[in-house]
Design a protein around this ligand. Structure first.
Ligand SMILES: Cc1ncc(COP(=O)(O)O)c(C=O)c1O
Length: 449
């Protein structure tokens, strides 16, 4: 598909077909989903998404940071159809097919601290469930530590690790026990006496020795610390440079496994294969999903080889490592290597610079932050007071949609840009201009202009 004009909004939104689709959806689909605006997908190419009424949008969501290679990249479509024409399923749990090992090897070769072994599953939550089980199995220790603001998925274990929104847990207790939460270093919102990013990180690290290991659990009882190298749902929070190395040292000191949840930040998104490479550390276990297979459901637990030694029967999945998803992932990694990771770094830096320029002139731009094409903007009532403005953030999503720009929120008051890694500088320019205009529309709509 080639689109002469992007975006191109031809009908009132939602259009007639979209309105009918949404009505049908309302009758039959779970009420738990959180659709911010009425976009009904028909087809897409690159960072362009068309709805079922023929309206054309610039997509800065990539289906929640998933379509790493853009919508329906021809090489991904070819890899999928070739794999599907051979066989669609045989269960890697009970049988062999070479593409699983091929993919595991490709991942290991691009991951520090190898050799590794990989367990394939179907989602980010499942990958974190697998990592929780592996960490407890390997260390024979019961406790797990994760962070406030973290999101690790919706299943019981992953939900128990998570700590970003109370609604995620409402009426679901009892949760998985023996999970403790620590503070993620969030420089923009740190206490005034923590006046450098290094101090913010050190304070978060000191909390382990001063509070957790002193008052809640002895370090020798902790199996693993789970951490997102860049916090995603929590608000696209990039930790200070000394935080992850500090956590690594803490884990080494106490024999605790460091589990990096790279579900959102991995697979080239931040301009490196894994986000933790920016911080110069190695993980004991990494969890991955989202971008790994350009939109097909696939998750992975990647562990150092001497850790993933659990015996046959101790963990498995019927669908995990589906051959079509694995073929899509192999092709995704080839495309990342051939330039998409580098593109995420280059265009991401450019887009951040453009957003920073806009932020200087906007009274509601609290902070622009992120790495590569994982970029967030904190929306506030005033720059000085930093009061979170969730209402304005939500309205911006709607006004952007009306202008033909698809964006998503994260955290309480942040907008995230997590487009496909094929984004060009021209498209980034267009996205920033549309976003800037949408912010002004929203301010006017709420009488704040
Ligand atoms: C960091 C992180 N971990 C885990 C998950 C859960 O992934 P899934 O929705 O595939 O279960 C997400 C999803 O947003 C995520 O951002």
């Amino acid at each position: 598909m080639n689109y002469a004009t992007v975006p191109d909004i031809k009908t009132a939104l939602p259009g007639p077909k979209a309105a009918a689709a949404i009505a049908a959806d309302k009758d039959f689909i779970s009420s738990s989903y959180t659709r911010g605006y009425p976009f009904v997908m028909a087809r897409g190419t690159g960072v362009v998404a068309e709805d079922i009424d023929g309206n054309v949008f610039l997509d800065m969501t990539a289906g929640i940071a998933v379509n790493a290679t853009g919508h329906s990249h021809p090489r991904i479509v070819q890899a999928i159809s070739e794999a599907a024409s051979r066989f669609t399923h045989m269960s890697g749990t009970d049988f062999y097919y070479p593409v699983q090992a091929q993919l595991a090897r490709m991942i290991s070769e691009r991951t520090r601290g190898g050799p590794h072994r990989v367990f394939f599953c179907n989602s980010g939550a499942e990958a974190n469930e697998g990592a929780m089980k592996l960490a407890r199995w390997y260390t024979k220790r019961p406790y797990l530590i994760s962070f406030r603001g973290a999101f690790h998925g919706r299943t019981y274990g992953a939900m128990s690790l998570g700590c970003s929104k109370a609604i995620h847990r409402n009426h679901y207790a009892p949760l998985v026990p023996s999970v403790i939460h620590a503070n993620y270093p969030y420089s923009y919102r740190a206490a005034p006496h923590l006046d450098t990013p290094e101090k913010v990180a050190q304070d978060a690290l000191d909390y382990f020795d001063n509070v957790i290991f002193k008052r809640e659990v002895q370090a020798e009882e902790v199996a693993a610390i789970f951490v997102e190298p860049v916090q995603g749902e929590g608000g696209y929070v990039v930790p200070p440079a000394n935080f992850l190395p500090g956590l690594r040292a803490l884990c080494d000191k106490h024999g605790i496994l460091l589990v990096l949840d790279e579900v959102q930040s991995g697979m080239g998104r931040t301009g490196k294969f894994w986000a933790h490479e920016h911080f110069g550390i190695e993980a004991d276990i990494i969890t991955s999903a989202k971008g790994i297979a350009s939109g097909l459901p696939l998750g992975a637990v990647i562990a150092k080889k001497d850790i993933m030694t659990w015996p046959p029967g101790s963990h498995a999945s019927t669908f995990g490592g589906n051959p079509i998803a694995c073929a899509a992932a192999v092709e995704t990694i080839k495309l990342l290597d051939e330039g998409l990771t580098a593109n995420a770094a280059g265009v991401g830096e450019y887009m951040k610079m453009r957003l920073d320029e806009w932020a200087k002139g906007s009274p509601v731009a609290g902070e622009v932050r992120g790495m590569g094409l994982m970029l967030g903007v904190e929306i506030v009532k005033s720059k000085q007071g930093k009061e979170r403005d969730a209402e304005l953030r939500n309205t911006i999503e709607l006004t952007a949609f009306a202008r033909g720009l698809l964006i998503l929120g994260c955290g309480e008051n942040n907008i995230r840009f997590c487009p496909s890694l094929v984004l060009s500088k021209e498209e980034a320019d267009k996205a920033v201009s549309l976003f800037a205009a949408a912010v002004e529309d929203a301010r006017k709509q709420l009488g704040r202009g």
